[in-house]
Design a protein around this ligand. Structure first.
Ligand code: HMG
Ligand code: MG
Length: 286
């Protein structure tokens, strides 16, 4: 019997946030609308963050207003209450949203990405989770730099386990584990997961592996072996993080889909539509 693996599409957010040029809103909407017909059930479509920090996501309200209705959960990032208020003002009726919060397992990346310590970032996001849960909006958490930090070097696995616990103490949500700079290898990813899984079950975790070092597929395989069944990827291998030097390239959805299919997993995705979306994503980068 084949097993189901859920893919969370990151292209329109993690992918396009790292493009040096601003992608026109209509092009983002066309990509999201196509992805929404592929069988994907989770698509991250933007961020309510400072437009000075991430100008590529400044049109997130317009994206929410323009995308076609679809049986998909649309995710957005919101690091603080200002972001939550931006989401509240922009959300559309009858749409299933997820608000995602993010912290780092390392202090160096927290300062670079959020301009504050890990503890301060948790304080700022806690009321976002509370407000989302009160309104029945889905929630998700990210922990970045789960194997390596561009500023602090290798991340001790216990720091990741502690960060995951901090978020899950606020809400019993899925936590996506980010290899933000794509430096992880199966050994370090497995060691990190084994430590995290002492306190958090595999079903509550997702793998978010950037492919900078070409190890993302191997890291997904290692995570599958330890029981993870949810992964983040971006069509066309779009992606990165503007505050993590050397972080281009989320793992490509089409490559993950092919690997999973060959290994006998089900995903519910249509490979032809994913291939079309990958072509569209590559065109956007030109
Ligand atoms: P700050 O400068 O410390 O915040 O930034 P502040 O509270 O002092 O506010 C400064 C200005 O930003 C003010 O405006 C605020 O109103 C405004 P001004 O008075 O100067 O005109 N502001 C906001 N504007 C819009 N939306 C908001 C917001 N909050 C404050 N939510 C802040 C703190 C968090 C805002 C800033 O550091 C920021 O926006 N950082 C962006 C972080 C980001 O988006 N990073 C990329 C996503 S995370 C990622 O990619 C990793 C992930 O993929 C997993 C992985 O790979 O590891 C998820
Ligand atoms: Mg990322």
């Amino acid at each position: 019997m084949s097993e189901f693996v859920t893919l969370h599409e990151m292209g329109p957010r993690d992918g396009l946030q790292n493009e040096p040029q601003i992608i026109p809103t209509a092009d983002k909407v066309a990509l999201i609308d196509l992805l929404a017909t592929s069988g994907l059930k989770h698509i991250e479509i933007g961020s309510f963050v400072s437009p000075k920090w991430v100008p590529q996501m400044a049109d997130t309200p317009q994206v929410l207003a323009a995308i076609a209705p679809a049986p998909v959960q649309f995710a957005v990032l919101a690091p603080n209450m200002r972001g939550w208020e931006g989401f509240l003002a922009a959300r559309q009726p009858d749409t299933d949203y997820q608000v995602a919060v993010f912290i780092s397992a390392s202090e160096g990346f927290s300062q670079s990405n959020l301009n504050c310590s890990v503890a301060e970032s948790v304080q700022r996001l806690a009321p976002v989770l509370e407000a989302a849960i009160a309104l029945g909006v889905g929630v998700r958490g990210y922990v970045s730099c789960v194997t390596d930090c561009p500023f602090d070097g290798p991340t001790p696995p216990q720091k990741v386990a502690d960060a995951v616990q901090m978020l899950r103490n606020l809400a019993p949500m899925q936590i996506s584990l980010g290899d933000t700079i794509g430096k992880g290898i199966p050994e370090t990813v497995s060691q990190m997961l084994e430590t995290v899984m002492r306190t958090t079950p595999a079903q509550a975790l997702a793998g978010h592996y950037h492919d900078t070092g070409g190890q993302a597929l191997a890291n997904i395989k290692a995570s599958l072996a330890l029981g993870l069944r949810a992964f983040d990827s971006a069509v066309g291998g779009l992606g990165g993080c503007p505050y993590a030097p050397g972080a281009p390239g989320n793992v490509a959805t089409e490559a993950v889909l092919e690997m999973l299919t060959q290994a006998g997993y089900e995903t519910g995705l249509d490979p032809e539509i994913i291939a079309k979306a990958a072509d569209m994503a590559k065109e956007l980068r030109k």
